[in-house]
Design a protein around this ligand. Structure first.
Ligand code: GLN
Ligand code: ZN
Length: 761
């Protein structure tokens, strides 16, 4: 049995309250500061975090949660899993690390992908049969010592060995049958070495994160989890082990781990309250300590502390000892709501990382010393929760009445054959029509104008004139290049979600609510706190201005309801599907206004459709049902002759492919340049029979494809899909590229479409 863990958080933001790390990193990368300066900033941030967490009253302070870029990359480096092409660069340790993260001239970086269903991105380790694991870097030990010197005892946090291997991909050249998990025995030896060193350094307890087991796993993988922790637990000289599983129901893993010498388990009772049921009656759990994740690590609402305490009470009989923690690392929320100058009522409902630490401390004391010990804090939390629940501004009866009056036909468009005919008549497009995904490069001028407007240095009229000038330029450029369906270029949008949240009731923006997305990149998700209502048109003026400049159709450009939710902090007081329907109504109104203003093609982007897919397959159907319904509600309010497009930022559809068919968009643009059009076969296999624009220009790279190359991709596409359904477009927005690349690339794209058209029968 274990020493008491007490109140704790599973991790903490590390970018710095004022994004100090972002600035230090970017300055180092630009050669403006030295490695020593970067390291010093990092050290200051760590020490500050440790002391704040200790002073806030946490019983157990997490350590090793700092990272220069990403914790999965850190793990790869710690255990020597650096692919030879990076090691061969002959750089120092820090620059090798950044080469893995960001690439160098000749060597591209590791692939990056989303961390489970969050908006955080990790670098995908490459593991092959030849990867030699060894304890190659001792940062976790060093940071434990550094914290001790600063007067704080920490609990080092590591990515667990199973999750690390399950997130890795097979290195190029590995045999087809090879799985990174095959290397578990060797990796465990290296983990054992680290655990022994940590023990020698005086570490009492280590946290090993195994979120991969909150998702569906095979019996073999679960057995491997048990074996691994029996082995690590069997070490004679080691710290106590706390294994954390978050983002879903960790119950199966708990069952497995209960039979190992692991001392403690942390579970996520916010995402998956069902974990309590799947843990009950597990033999061996009574000998374990349990950290109950009752404070939401991924959202920004104040915790209902009464409810959390009731939940904690039901756990008391289950495990040997129960403490309170966050559901996951606080990496996914901003630092401190106190620094925000926002509406005081909404603010009183919010808790960012610093406030969540306080909540955990209060819950811990209530469990330990009784509710009376923290009566004032419980009362304050109760008042805030009640205020939010009863607040009139959260409810908009008009919105609710409209949703209630909806009938099935509001989500149903007419027969596709008829739509097609009506659209062809209205648009008169050639075969293989060419278009883009929406944004054009955001020039320094555009960015400056927006910053000046936000800061009040230029007035609205001046700002709007600048944007119109830009739109005019972009329209003229597209006409000159010869594209068929034009766009206005989105110069007025800083971000495809934030722009809409700023125009809708029910959202609030923060000034400093930054959350790390990857490396030094941070996002500031809007907060969706109430019923969503569109007070007026959001994009119509820009779209109609653009349409007036050209005889060609201009495509209206909107963000879809699922993506708006995915990149916001959403309300937790109603099912997400209901919130999605409200956002969908607002988008529907915009779609109809665009149509009424003469816009004949409207694109509703849903790049996040796949990202919100729940980790457990059992929950996919319910999610996809409301996600598809929201898109259809948003796009079904138009005439047959109005063409609806959608855009998805990927080509591996997997579990969402049927949903893509069900969206019933007239045209779907997808990523495909890198997958050589194979994706079209996948779409055919599920009976997709609408227009499709497989990206023929990979905008993620600065490379300009030539005419022959694009034409070849088009010919490949034509082998799977008839010419009257194929569209020709890049595979994503052009926002992050330069005109120097975009212009020739689009010229070649149009040139290729013309060439292939001539080959058509
Ligand atoms: N219309 C958006 C753009 O072009 C789509 C961006 C995206 O797919 N992420 O920028
Ligand atoms: Zn995209």
């Amino acid at each position: 049995m274990t020493g008491k863990i007490g109140s704790t958080v599973l991790g903490y933001p590390r970018i710095g309250p004022e994004r100090e790390l972002k600035r230090a990193l970017e300055s180092y990368w630009a050669g403006r500061s030295s490695e020593a300066e970067l390291r010093e900033t990092a050290r200051e941030l760590r020490v500050r975090t440790w002391r704040e967490l200790r002073d806030a009253g946490l019983d157990s302070v997490p350590g090793n949660t700092f990272s220069y870029y990403d914790q999965v990359l850190d793990t790869a480096v710690t255990f020597g899993a650096v692919p030879p092409r990076y090691a061969a660069l002959g750089l120092g340790p820090l620059d090798t690390y950044f080469a893995l993260a960001r690439g160098v001239e000749a060597v591209p970086p590791l692939e990056m992908t989303k961390w489970f269903d969050t908006n955080y991105h990790y670098l995908v380790p490459e593991i092959g049969p030849d990867t030699e694991f060894a304890l190659a870097d001792r940062t976790p030990v060093e940071q434990y010592r550094e914290a001790l010197e600063a007067g704080v005892t920490t609990r080092p946090v590591l990515v667990g060995p199973l999750t690390f291997l399950l997130l890795a991909k097979s290195a190029e050249g590995a045999p087809e049958s090879f799985r990174p998990l095959d290397k578990l025995p060797e990796l465990l030896t290296a983990y054992a070495d680290l655990l022994r060193e940590l023990h020698r350094a005086g570490v009492e307890r280590v946290q090993l994160d195994e979120p991969a087991f909150a998702a569906d796993r095979t019996p073999e993988q679960l057995a491997a989890l048990g074996d691994a922790y029996r082995q690590l637990g069997g070490l004679s000289a080691r710290p106590e082990l706390l294994v954390a599983g978050y983002f879903g129901d960790f119950g199966e893993a708990v069952r497995e781990l209960a039979g190992t010498p692991v001392e403690a388990l942390a579970v996520d009772l916010v995402t998956a309250p069902s974990t309590v049921d799947s843990m009950s009656g597990v033999p061996g759990l009574r000998d374990k300590a349990l950290v109950a994740g009752l404070v939401d690590g991924r959202n920004i609402w104040r915790t209902d502390l009464d409810r959390a305490l009731t939940a904690a009470a039901t756990l008391l009989g289950l495990a040997g000892e129960v403490s309170v923690g966050t559901s996951c690392s606080l990496l996914h929320v901003p630092y401190d709501v106190e620094t925000e100058d926002i509406d005081p009522q909404v603010k009183s409902w919010l808790a960012f990382a610093a406030q969540k630490v306080r909540e955990v401390v209060v819950l811990g004391r209530a469990l330990e010393d009784g509710r009376e010990a923290v009566a004032d804090e419980l009362a304050a939390a109760r008042a805030a929760v009640e205020d939010r629940a009863g607040a009139t501004r959260v409810r908009n009866n008009r919105v609710r009445a409209r949703l209630e009056s909806l009938k099935p036909e509001h989500s149903q468009r007419g027969d596709y054959a008829k739509r097609r005919e009506a659209q062809q008549k209205s648009l008169q497009l050639p075969p293989l029509p060419t278009t883009t995904i929406g944004s054009f490069p955001q020039t320094t001028d555009v960015r400056r104008a927006r910053a000046a407007f936000t800061a009040g240095r230029i007035d609205r009229a001046t700002y709007q004139q600048r944007m119109r000038d830009e739109i005019k330029r972009v329209i003229e450029l597209q006409e000159r290049i010869g594209l068929d369906v034009l766009v206005h270029g989105e110069p007025e949008r800083n971000d495809m979600v934030q722009y809409f949240s700023e125009h809708l009731d029910g959202f609030i923006s923060t000034a400093n609510g930054w959350v790390q997305s990857y490396g030094s990149r941070c996002v500031r998700p809007p907060i969706l706190y109430g019923d969503v209502f569109r007070p007026g048109p959001m994009t119509v003026a820009w779209a109609t201005y653009a349409q007036k400049l050209t005889a060609k159709p201009v495509k209206g450009m909107l963000t879809g309801p699922v993506t708006i939710l995915a990149w916001s902090f959403v309300r937790d007081d109603q099912p997400l599907g209901e919130t999605a329907a409200q956002v969908a109504m607002a988008i529907r109104d915009e779609v109809q206004d665009l149509e009424a203003a003469g816009i004949r093609v409207i694109q509703v982007d849903e790049p996040a459709l796949r990202e919100l897919l729940p980790l457990r397959a059992a929950r996919h159907e319910a999610y996809l049902a409301w996600a598809v319904a929201a898109f259809r509600l948003a796009t079904s309010g138009v005439a047959d002759s109005t063409q609806i497009h959608t855009h998805l930022c990927y080509s591996e559809f997997g579990d969402v492919i049927d949903a893509i068919v069900a969206l019933d968009a007239d045209v779907t643009s997808i990523e495909a340049a890198r997958s050589r059009m194979e994706v079209l076969e996948d779409l055919n296999a599920v009976g997709f029979g609408r227009g499709v624009g497989p990206g023929v220009y990979d905008i993620h790279s600065p490379r300009v494809p030539d005419v022959a190359e694009v034409a070849e991709l088009l010919r490949a596409a034509l082998r799977s899909v008839p010419a009257d359904r194929i569209w020709v477009n890049p595979d994503c927005g052009l926002k992050t590229r330069d005109y120097a690349e975009v212009e020739p690339a689009l010229e070649n794209l149009v040139g290729a479409a013309e060439a292939v058209r001539r080959e058509l029968p």
